[in-house]
Write a protein that binds this ligand. Structure first.
Ligand SMILES: Cc1ncc(COP(=O)(O)O)c(C=O)c1O
Length: 391
């Protein structure tokens, strides 16, 4: 058997991280990994999470098996957090998953079971794991360009590429803080996607991994909620990794919003069967913490706001400096982009120069994580970018 082992390519991110760790330069900046960092460079455990963990440890509830759908209280909280207090709570079927990635895979299996020939239309550039997760479930993935002009989405290009989408295909969109570009649709552009899905009978699949990292929890779910208001079937994959800092605890949900409530029992049974044959049930600890945060959300939302404001302040400071230095508008667009990521309009060669000459580490495709930056480093980043462009 082992003679058939393929040579699986390692993740380029980890190779770059090794390089960063070995780099002796004091002014080096790590903008690689997709985790939030505070001004000291740490990925902190939120205070409310620590409090919840102490409470859980003291209560020492049973570790007996939970339901296949995971923590039901957490699922209800998540449904309300995602959909808002509107009328659609009764339209959703939600199960807990192993983080957002688990949710993506569960929904992919759901699609493959019901509509095996559906094509997944995926943004290009897009989240590195979307394609492999969808293809891992046996689905076909096709790209559509997620281009922007001046930091805003160029929706005409999207629809040009989506011309070949057929009835029953799936449109995979990021709810907010697009990874890797930070380019999000305006509300009227969300409406254009909705009109497109309705006209062509395309099913929307919304990945929401950064709710609260862009403009706020409600604003970041506005596109999703608009879809849910107007479309009969919406698929959702959500993660608590970033907005609760629960990365390694693996808390997320897969949600199917179906206006035809007569199908709900069958939908739930299928979702549970998918988890059953993959991993039986998700881990409980992260969802138990999340449930406590949701039960008194204000202090947690205040901590989340601090993360969001830090990133937005960094974006504004960088954009201001770049404007003062006369950098092209495509660089100043960082102020109009959302969330942790932006895609620098640099070639792979220029990203290497940025790394080798200036000790600034981003991905070769130009992706940088703004949260890897400290205020005191913004000037160095702006100077380095201007230097790289002029060469
Ligand atoms: C767009 C997007 N979706 C999903 C995920 C997966 O999140 P999780 O870490 O909860 O699996 C990520 C993580 O980086 C992401 O960027």
């Amino acid at each position: 058997m082992l003679e058939n082992l393929p040579s699986v390519q390692g993740d380029p991110l980890w190779a770059l991280l090794h390089q960063f760790n070995a780099d002796q330069r004091n002014h080096k900046i790590d903008m690689l990994v997709g985790v939030y960092r505070d001004e000291t460079g740490k990925t902190p455990v939120m205070q409310q999470v620590q409090k919840a963990e102490l409470k859980l440890a003291t209560a020492a509830q049973s570790k007996s098996y939970k339901m296949l759908a995971g923590n039901l209280e957490f699922n209800d909280h998540m449904a309300k957090f995602l959909l808002g207090d509107g009328a659609h709570f009764s339209d959703q079927c939600t199960i807990q998953t192993v983080g957002g990635s688990g949710a993506l895979r569960v929904i992919a299996d759901f699609i493959k079971t019901l509509s095996p020939n559906a094509v997944i239309w995926n943004t290009d550039p897009g989240y590195l794991n979307h394609r492999p997760i969808m293809e891992g479930a046996g689905l076909t993935v096709k790209p559509f360009r997620w281009q922007h002009k001046g930091g805003l989405l160029d929706i005409e290009t999207c629809f040009k590429d989506l011309e070949n989408a057929k009835e029953g295909d799936i449109l995979l969109l990021h709810a907010s803080c697009h990874n890797p570009s930070g380019v999000d649709p305006l509300l009227q552009q969300w409406q254009q996607f909705i009109d497109f899905c309705k006209a062509k009978k395309i099913i929307p699949f919304i990945d929401i991994a950064y709710q609260g990292f862009g403009d706020g929890p409600d604003q970041d779910a506005a596109g999703l909620r608009l879809f849910v208001d107007q479309v009969d079937l919406v698929l959702v994959a959500a993660s608590c990794s970033k907005n609760m800092g629960l990365y390694c605890e693996r808390a997320g949900v897969a949600m199917v919003v179906a206006k035809d409530n007569s199908q709900h029992t069958k939908i739930r049974m299928l979702l549970e069967r998918i988890t059953r044959i993959n991993y039986s049930m998700p881990p409980n600890h992260g969802s138990a913490i999340a449930s406590l945060l949701f039960s008194d959300p204000k202090p947690w939302l205040a901590e989340l706001a601090v993360c969001r404001e830090r990133i937005n302040n960094l974006r504004n400071a960088l954009g201001k400096l770049l404007a003062e230095m006369g950098a092209p508008d495509s660089f100043q667009a960082v102020t109009r982009q959302k969330g942790m990521f932006s895609l620098l309009p640099l070639t792979a060669e220029q990203m290497i120069v940025l790394r080798e000459k200036h000790a600034i580490y981003g991905m070769l495709n130009g992706r940088i994580n703004l949260a890897g930056l400290k205020q005191e480093q913004v000037q160095h980043l702006a100077d380095s970018l201007v230097d790289v462009i002029k060469d």
